[in-house]
Design a protein around this ligand. Structure first.
Ligand code: TRP
Length: 463
């Protein structure tokens, strides 16, 4: 059955959907997470595996998620329940929606804390705090911020309020406006930074770190992290793209829109890498610096370049915006569900969802100070002693990106590829070329799920 619209509203055009989905995809994942995870995992080989995951797993699953959302036209939980009913399948498929909502809360909880760091950096950059600082100076500044839970709490709270305000206003008046102008501006500033790196940094060293693979460093965990990053950066596996798809007009092409979102997202991540690593090497810093990487490297660049005060302020402002247009998509599935099933109005639902994620975020805040000692246990696997655990932030990040999102994606691929009738899938996707449909269907049925399963097995050393 084809529903023409959702009770929550509809994007005013196909282009707006692309911008909103790009807004969701492009965020801290591209500019903060991608460089630091790539840096910790040796660069080149990680990046190539990540790109392969984007193409082979990410793009086909994004198309499947949009198709599901548009067919169900409800929150992911209700979309999965309704479509299972229509297709005569087991109710248990609703689990995919619940898994996504849980992942959304956990991601949002730490995402907002990191966005808070970025907010605080807007004011530091604007106030000229970077001027004259060397590598040790910027590191000191970063460390004094993250070790101060009260300051982090204030920024985290402010960012969460910003999210609630937008989500409360709804799809159209809330986020459409923001994404139209800010995304292109962000791209412009990134290009400027890459230009700076080319002229000042150790550019070729950065390029070879980012693209020259050293396969000897690759372990099962590297592959899992690369796949996790692909899911995270494309906002896949938890229903965010699904619910955005539910606000998309029935006439828009799912393939074209997905291809645009995926290309834009990948371009931003690679540009961020090209901007950051040359500065890392020029400043004698380590690529494996961890979550502080961009907060330590970029201020050094802004401290030196002409106009650095203005560009630095603008950059962090745009980073906050990119994070903002992403985090609202993390809230939307749960908010839509509360409206549908609990009869709440949007503002109330947004406050509840924001409040829960805000509370969970306290765990991340303390992970950098009072609770910075890793918690976990030792496991002996095949004679090798292994520590499983970390800080709450590390666990939240690892569990969601590397386990929950790929698992959600796997279930979505299986549902669309194997459980729904081919007719409904073809009808919803509306691809004009049969050969093209077959190719996509094949990848979704075989390549993507088998790929995800193999990566899971490899990560726990079973293959
Ligand atoms: N993709 C966003 C980023 O890269 C984060 C994000 C938004 C997300 N919505 C999501 C990640 C849903 C996973 C699932 O910053």
């Amino acid at each position: 059955m084809r529903r023409e619209s959702s009770i929550h509203g509809q994007w005013s055009s196909k282009l707006v959907f692309v911008l909103a989905a790009t807004g969701s995809a492009v965020g801290l994942g591209n500019i903060w997470r991608f460089p630091y995870i790539a840096g910790e995992n040796g660069g080149g080989a990680f990046v190539l595996i990540y790109l392969a995951c984007i193409l082979l797993i990410g793009l086909p699953i994004m198309m499947a998620e949009i198709a599901l959302g548009r067919r169900g036209r409800q929150s992911p939980i209700n979309t999965m329940a309704t479509l299972s009913r229509e297709e005569g399948l087991h109710r248990a498929w609703g689990f995919v929606g619940w898994l996504g909502v849980a992942a959304g809360f956990i991601i949002l909880s730490y995402y907002s804390v990191i966005a808070g760091w970025s907010l605080s950096y807007v004011f530091r950059a604007g106030g000229g705090a970077f001027t004259g600082l060397d590598a040790d100076g910027v590191r000191g500044m970063f460390e004094s911020l993250v070790s101060d839970p009260e300051r982090l709490l204030a920024w985290h709270t402010l960012f969460m309020i910003m999210n609630v305000l937008v989500v409360a206003r709804g799809v159209r008046s809330g986020l459409e406006k923001a994404v139209k102008f800010l995304m292109p501006a962000l791209l412009g500033l990134l290009l400027l930074l890459v230009g700076y790196s080319m002229s000042q940094g150790h550019f070729m060293e950065g390029v070879s770190f980012l693209f020259k693979p050293d396969w000897s460093e690759v372990t099962g965990d590297t592959i899992l992290l690369a796949m996790g990053q692909a899911f995270f950066t494309l906002s896949l596996g938890m229903g965010a793209i699904m619910i955005y798809g539910s606000y998309l007009s029935s006439r828009a092409s799912i393939f074209k829109t997905s291809a645009m979102v995926v290309s834009a997202d990948t371009a931003v991540a690679l540009l961020a890498g090209l901007a950051i690593f040359p500065i890392v090497f020029a400043g004698g810093l380590a690529p494996g610096e961890g979550p502080g990487l961009i907060f330590i490297t970029l201020p050094m660049a802004f401290a030196e370049m002409p106009g650095g005060l203005v560009f630095g302020t603008l950059f962090f402002l745009l980073l906050v915006t990119a994070a903002w247009t992403s985090s609202i998509s993390l809230m939307e599935p749960a908010v839509a569900w509360l409206v549908e099933n609990r009869g709440l109005d949007r503002p109330m639902a947004a406050v509840i969802v924001g409040g829960i994620a805000w509370f969970l975020g306290l765990g991340t805040i303390l992970s950098f100070s009072l609770w910075s000692n890793p918690i976990g246990f030792n496991l002996t696997l095949g004679g090798e002693a292994l520590f499983i655990g970390g800080t709450l932030f590390e666990m939240a990040d690892y569990l969601t990106s590397n386990i929950m999102l790929p698992l959600g994606g796997l279930l979505i691929a299986l549902f669309v590829g194997w459980r729904m009738t081919q007719r409904s899938v073809e009808d919803e996707l509306g691809l004009h070329s049969r050969a093209f449909f077959r190719a996509w269907y094949y990848v979704l049925r075989f390549a993507a799920p088998i790929g995800i399963l193999l990566v899971f097995l490899k990560a726990v050393n079973l293959i």
